[in-house]
Design a protein. Structure first.
Length: 298
């Protein structure tokens, strides 16, 4: 297959792929909110090499990001992209899909929430926030295949599992991806490290369930949705955060702390040095109170 890629202009993402295993490379975003300075590059996007093509996990925030990521990967090996797996519907993870669809007619796989929540022409968070040189050519592209049960992808000797959580966790629908051959797990935003998660669309109970599911997989490398730790400690922060959040909010409810008071009582100060603590922690506590106020353990 002849692959012709034009030179990418616009926002310079200065992308450098990091090799994690023999056939996995990732681009790691900053531990920040999306902004004009980072061009939305604040989540992680990964390439899995098969014999004849690449499979992606999360396409990234913009068309230009995806274009530049592919240019960087082409210096390693110039293969087409056959499949893009997007883990959930937050747009920093999937708006780059349009590049792979246009250039390679790649098959786009993801949760149904992407198609349900976004329509062609909608102005997503990235499209409203970022500069014109970053969002050029970025458009909403529908997922080709919606995943609601475990799906296996076999490409030659490569075996990949796409596993839906089955309940609201980080978002209304989350997938994680397991590359069995090299024991690499791609968690999407179910796992983050180095920064506080955002639980605005999620569930404390669902998150804990998802983390238990991930824990049961035999992985040596875990790529979080945000963060740089991909080793055996990659999950430690997220597991501790949600267990403490649940425990302390339930204790506050038991002590008759009101919703107006809970953020001043439950502070999770073990995490105050993490990025985005001030921006996100209070909202997470508030949302957890709303979820757990009438919680009955099953």
């Amino acid at each position: 297959m002849s692959i012709v890629i034009t030179v990418s202009f616009g926002f310079n993402y200065d992308l450098k792929p990091k090799k994690l295993t023999k056939n996995v490379w990732c681009f790691f975003g900053s531990l920040d909110v999306p902004n004009k300075s980072n061009g939305g590059n604040m989540s992680n996007s990964c390439y899995i090499r098969t014999k004849n093509s690449y499979i992606l996990v999360d396409a990234g925030p913009t068309y230009i990001f995806a274009h530049q990521a592919y240019q960087a990967m082409s210096k390693i090996e110039k293969l087409p992209v056959s499949i893009v797996i997007n883990t959930h519907d937050h747009d920093d993870h999937w708006l780059g899909s349009g590049f792979y669809k246009k250039t390679f007619n790649a098959k786009l796989i993801g949760p149904s929430s992407i198609n349900k929540n976004y329509k062609v022409g909608d102005k997503t968070r990235m499209l409203q926030l970022l500069t014109k040189d970053a969002i050029g050519d970025t458009k909403i592209v529908n997922v080709d295949e919606e995943v609601s049960s475990i799906k296996t992808i076999n490409k030659g000797k490569v075996n990949i599992l796409i596993i839906p959580v089955g309940t609201k966790a980080h978002s209304s629908e989350d997938l994680f991806v397991y590359f069995k051959n090299e024991k690499v797990l791609f968690s999407g935003d179910l796992v983050m490290n180095g920064r506080i998660t955002s639980n605005r669309d999620g569930s404390v109970i669902g998150q804990i369930k998802a983390l238990d599911m991930i824990d049961k997989k035999d992985w040596n490398v875990l790529v979080p949705g945000h963060g740089f730790d991909t080793g055996k400690t990659a999950m430690v922060e997220t597991k501790k955060y949600f267990k403490l959040l649940k425990k302390q909010v339930l204790k506050a409810i038991e002590d008759d702390i009101s919703v107006d008071e809970v953020t001043s009582v439950v502070k999770l100060e073990d995490f105050k040095e993490r990025k985005l603590y001030k921006e996100l922690n209070g909202r997470n506590v508030f949302e957890a109170f709303s979820e757990l106020e009438f919680y009955e353990k099953k």
